[in-house]
Design a protein around this ligand. Sequence first.
Ligand code: 15L
Length: 272
Amino acid sequence: MSVQRVLITGACGVVGTLMRPRLAKPGRVLRLLDVREPEPAADGEAVETITASVTDPDAMAAACEGVDAVIHLGGHSRENTWDETLRVNIHGTQVVLNAAQEAGVPRAILASSNHSVGFRRNDEGGEGGVPADSSPRPDTYYGVSKAAIEALGSLYHSRFGMDVIAIRIGSCFESPLKLGPRGLSTWLSPDDGARLFEACLAAPSPGYRLIWGVSDNTRRVYSLAEAEALGYKSLDNAETYADQLAGQPAPTGPAAEYLGGPFVTAPLGEPN
Ligand code: 15L
């Protein structure tokens, strides 16, 4: 049986850490890359580790050798200065996609975010939820960087035929509790996250896709149709945590009206 090698950038971040044990499976090697040194392989764990930045073209060229798919999670995961956002999130993604293309990697899965469309209204999608391919309406420099990586993914697909799936992730954390009431709508459970990445890895010839990364939450306002068309089936629902959040005040003002929640009023360019 040939081994599938999956490169994960940003492997030590929140999502990468949650995915490491969940994406491990027989016949697969996870190549974990991060600016922080990844934990070495545990006994029996089929893992390779690389300590490097996604902005380093030589390191990325080496990291992409012999790889079947890249899951690109690397980058700042919140608002930061424009220079940092440009350098790490936008330029870094170009470096990753360029290295992947030159190494002949056929598929890239990109971690985009709800903040690429943070200034879309929660109710604009109606019954089915906000479509996954809504045009960008970023809420921050961070959101602009996520819109840019979606565009870079589209470019690498159209120019080189690479399969590229950009996932507009809601909020992927162990539980929605730290997120407050908004998390009951935006949560992507770690197990659903793994199911979603597996669907993205397995879908035959997806081309370029934009999909939402969210669990099938009762209060969900994002469409799941596009991810389901790729083979994703959510089994979790943040509503199971609703009782524990019952006392907390619901968001008000713009944070309640727009997809980006608190990001829509966060000071622009200020790291948080
Ligand atoms: C994101 O894109 C962030 O990476 C994450 O930290 C959360 O803040 C999430 O959005 C969210 O909107 O809850």
